[in-house]
Design a protein around this ligand. Structure first.
Ligand code: NDP
Length: 329
């Protein structure tokens, strides 16, 4: 019997196990144009926390007592769609379950080649695209500039570090703990701040960037955003990608340095990766060149088993992952 995770209660603050249930999916035959997919890899992502709240946003909230969804890759095991025969490797959005029934139009075939399928849930998929367009289009980062990126050991952040280095920028990353900071250095960052260390972030960033930063790629918000405001150079650009520090918070973020936006003429712009779907070819070309050049390290943290999907998701908020957090089925 196929199983799927369901949201059964809207979390208050950090989600807990009682907010979710792993339930059987009712069995049914395929309709014309549908395929049955055995999922092999599931993506868990911080944005899913926002979908657990009953608020209007750029993606609809998860419905209560319904199967949750999210990025997944798998293999067609039954087909009533002529162009998706059994055995086709595909990507789709019916994740959080082991088996999915999806209309053919909701499925993308994965390319043939040596790249492992799960890479399309990470650096070669929306994660990499978020890093690419956030850095190069939203922040308009240029060779020679100094870029600060938070959650630099995470999926998006580690891609930002490597794209920025490939484009000749000076990179300052921040991550939690010695092992992660060491790893961020190993993928090319010029300076790495351990934000869980003893030095306050504003001071640590000042030491790493004595002349200030030109670009801030924000994955975290909160104190990280405040430190970036404190050290922004004239005309700095901030790509506001995510604010994970606030996703489970009950109190609003306080920014002591917000007024620097005025005097330093800072441009802050939020974005959603889907804004750039029309330019996906630029990403494939540019990222393809970086990967082919052998200078890109694709890191994954893999949790095994559908029953551990929730642990993987919650692990994003305690920094359990290095690179992309994935569930292997
Ligand atoms: P990550 O792989 O970066 O995982 C989350 C990481 O965030 C953790 O490993 C942890 O690393 C860090 N973190 C968690 N809580 C905190 C905190 N309170 N303060 C500082 N760091 C914290 O996830 P993604 O790469 O998938 O996503 C990164 C950000 O980008 C998220 O905010 C996400 O919502 C956003 N995003 C936005 C998109 C868009 O279209 N705008 C698309 C995709 C992602 P550590 O151990 O270093 O603390």
């Amino acid at each position: 019997m196929a199983k799927a995770w369901h949201l059964v209660r809207r979390p208050n603050g950090m989600p807990v196990a009682e907010d979710f249930a792993l339930r059987d999916l009712p069995a049914r035959d395929l309709a014309e144009g549908e395929v049955r997919i055995a999922n092999r890899w599931l993506s868990v992502d911080p944005y899913m926390r926002g979908r657990m709240n009953d608020v209007k946003s750029y993606v609809p909230p998860f419905a209560l007592d319904a199967p949750m969804d999210g990025g997944a890759v798998g293999e067609v095991i039954e087909s009533r769609a002529a162009d998706l025969p059994v055995g086709t490797r595909v990507q789709h959005m019916a994740g959080w379950r082991d088996e999915a029934i999806v209309p053919a139009k909701g499925v993308q075939k994965l390319p043939e080649g040596d790249i492992p399928d799960q890479a399309y849930l990470g650096a070669l998929g929306l994660t990499g695209m978020t890093a690419w367009f956030g850095l190069l289009a939203v922040a308009d980062a240029k060779p020679g500039e100094t870029v600060f990126v938070s959650a630099a050991a995470g999926a998006v952040g580690s891609s930002v570090v490597q794209i920025a280095k490939a484009r000749g920028m000076t990179v300052i990353g921040s991550a939690g703990g010695a092992e992660k900071t060491e790893w961020v250095r190993s993928i090319g960052a010029d300076h790495v701040i351990d934000y869980k260390g003893n030095v306050p972030l504003v001071k640590a960033l000042g030491a790493a960037a004595p002349d200030g930063i030109d670009v801030y790629f924000d994955n975290v918000g909160g104190d990280h955003l405040d430190a970036a405001l404190a050290h922004a150079r004239q005309g700095a650009r901030f790509a506001i990608c995510g604010m994970i520090d606030g996703y489970n918070a009950s109190e609003p973020t306080k920014l002591r340095y917000l007024m620097r936006v005025i005097a330093a003429r800072i441009r802050m712009q939020g974005f959603i990766v889907s804004d750039f779907m029309g330019r996906i070819g630029e990403f494939h070309q540019g990222m393809g060149e970086i990967v082919a050049g052998g200078n890109f390290q694709r890191e994954e943290t893999v949790v095994e088993g559908l029953e551990h999907t929730l642990d993987a998701f919650l692990g994003l908020f305690s920094g359990r992952n290095k690179g992309k957090m994935l569930v292997k089925l």
